[in-house]
Write a protein that binds this ligand. Structure first.
Ligand code: G1P
Ligand code: ZN
Length: 545
């Protein structure tokens, strides 16, 4: 069947953000918006002809239609083979693994991560390269430039392809292999952790656990790994059916959006010992103990400090990287272990080079993301299994594991205050104001807080020396406390200003304070320095994470 060349109008707004191109479903469905972006990706891949690509998504609304369009376009653009997750389902970490395992040229991941789904929700497209990780900025910039001048795209007029049955078939000259999206990933997890020990823990009458898949992509993965392979009871696996609108919920594992799980874990009576949740596409995680929340920055530090208790890391780890706004808890661990430690801009793509070149083993972000060198994406279930394996080895509660960690390394009180859906103009004004006040800030004293350093974070990749500028305003105090400001690169409505607040406390007698109270002086200062009250009409953040 001959490819058909269709004329199209270029868009000016297809710039990929922190993690791919995200827009509302309405955008993606109209005016060849999806087609243009896919053609722009294809046009930037030199080795596309005859290549193998991985395809799948988090199952959100428009996933299945988008897959049909992409299959027809891939066939018309000379792709040799598509490895397609059955039913169009493929978690982000599993996609990363499959790209690596089958040496694909890359993968197209259809996800808007934790953003809500449904006809009025969001959709997203992300391209990952052959190392399994998100395309680096060089490639996303090239795709954006291409999208601004695109005038045509290629598509076959072939029939709709079946995607629900395992097996191989042809679409024009291209082979499509529909594969089980869970098996390879489950096997990988089994090769990293001590499944026998975790099975014993789960079977023990003294331990109860639950997992909330939030009606998102991790449902089938949790059923296979936590249920079938590790023996977790069906009732302990919550919301495992992936739904196109995530059951109307916001598939983000945090204390306000994972309400069902949080209510269970904070109930006075019969709360399980361990609770966890993952997000829309399965790369985020939240860990809870009985009436206890593990801050994600702490989670990264604790996993790193205890790496040698896990079979895959028993010989130790090489280094840890964290995104710049993530708390400094992981740095303390790296320092003690005498291993590499890096600070990168926000977004997983910046970890790729460090992982590929053996500079780090673990990496993570404050936004409920942690991962390791087994793939090139953050990995929600990996973190959950890590915690279970750790509890099985230590035979201790989540809370004790965290408290003992603080006792040894000190506690980083940490919180993120978000101002969502701000008019873009206001958000830009705030950032410009902060940028212009940077030279004046060092040396200024506010009560007990003295500013030691203030800058606009620039990252120079230690491997390829590429430079990424304007990655967040940093205000660093002489006691190690920090205020960081940056604008979100994943939102689809207006602008979101994120303010990250951190205060370090070494004194163990002060490890039980209220987080927001402890951070209140820094928080008030953050509002004052950014002139939030002057530039916006907001009295308080719209979300506190
Ligand atoms: C957010 C998080 C960031 C994460 C990204 C994708 O991006 O802050 O850490 O990598 O989602 O999950 P942001 O909206 O802040 O640009
Ligand atoms: Zn995600």
């Amino acid at each position: 069947m001959n490819p058909v060349i269709k004329k199209t109008q270029a868009f000016k707004d297809q710039k990929p953000g922190t993690s791919g191109l995200r827009k509302s479903v309405k955008y993606f469905k109209a005016d060849n918006y999806l087609q243009n972006f896919i053609q722009s990706i294809f046009n930037c891949l030199d080795e596309l002809e005859g290549s193998t690509l991985v395809l799948g998504g988090d199952g959100r609304f428009f996933n299945r239609e988008a897959i049909q369009i992409i299959l027809r376009m891939a066939a018309a653009n000379g792709v040799g083979k598509i490895l397609l997750g059955q039913g169009g389902i493929l978690s982000t970490p599993a996609a990363s693994h499959v790209i690596r395992k089958y040496k694909a040229l890359g993968g197209i991941l259809l996800t808007a991560s934790h953003n809500p789904g449904g006809p009025n929700g969001d959709f997203g497209v992300k391209f990952n390269i052959s190392n399994g990780g998100p395309a680096p900025e060089k490639l996303t910039n090239a795709i954006f430039e291409e999208s601004k001048r695109l005038s045509e795209y290629k598509i076959t007029e072939a029939q709709v392809s079946p995607i629900d049955k395992l097996g191989s078939f042809k679409l024009a000259e291209m082979e499509i292999e529909v594969f089980d999206p869970v098996k390879d990933y489950a096997d990988l997890m089994e090769s990293i952790f001590d499944f026998e020990k975790i099975r014993e823990l789960i079977a023990s009458p003294d331990f109860t656990a639950c997992f909330d898949a939030m009606n998102a992509v991790t449902g089938p993965y949790a059923e296979e790994i936590l249920g079938k392979r590790l023996g977790m009871d069906k009732n302990a696996l919550m919301n495992t059916q992936p739904l196109m609108n995530f059951g109307g919920k916001h598939p983000d594992p945090n204390l306000s959006t994972a309400k069902q799980l949080v209510d269970k874990m904070y109930s006075k009576k019969d709360a399980p010992n361990f609770g966890a949740a993952s997000d829309g596409d399965g790369d985020r995680h939240m860990i809870l103990g009985d009436y206890f929340f593990v801050n994600p920055s702490d989670s990264l530090a604790i996993l790193a400090a205890n790496a040698q208790k896990i079979p895959a890391y028993q010989n130790g780890i090489i280094g840890i990287a964290r995104s710049m706004p993530t708390s400094q808890a992981a740095d303390k661990v790296a320092e003690k272990l005498g291993i590499n430690s890096f600070q990168t801009p926000t977004g997983w793509k910046f970890f790729g080079n460090l992982l590929d070149h053996g500079e780090i083993t673990f990496c993570g972000e404050e936004s409920f993301g942690a991962g390791a060198d087994h793939i090139r994406e953050k990995d929600g279930l990996w973190a959950v299994l890590f915690w279970l394996n750790l509890i099985a080895v230590k035979q201790d509660s989540v809370e004790n594991i965290v408290r003992n960690h603080w006792a040894e390394y000190g506690r980083s009180y940490y919180s993120r205050h978000d101002y969502e859906r701000l008019p873009v103009k206001q958000a830009d004004e705030i950032m410009h104001h902060l940028q212009s006040s940077l030279p004046l800030l060092p040396g200024m004293q506010f009560g007990e807080l003295r500013i030691e350093k203030a800058d606009d974070f620039t990252y120079i990749d230690p491997i390829d020396h590429s430079i990424s500028e304007h990655q967040g305003i940093r205000i660093i105090f002489d006691n190690g406390s920090r205020i960081i400001y940056r604008l979100s690169g994943t939102g689809t409505e207006g602008a979101t200003l994120r303010i990250y607040l951190e205060r370090y406390e070494a004194d163990i007698s002060k490890h039980d304070l209220d987080i927001q109270e402890t951070l209140s002086d820094i928080s008030q200062l953050s509002v004052k320095l950014a002139k939030i009250r002057e530039y916006t009409d907001r009295e308080r953040p719209s979300a506190i994470v």
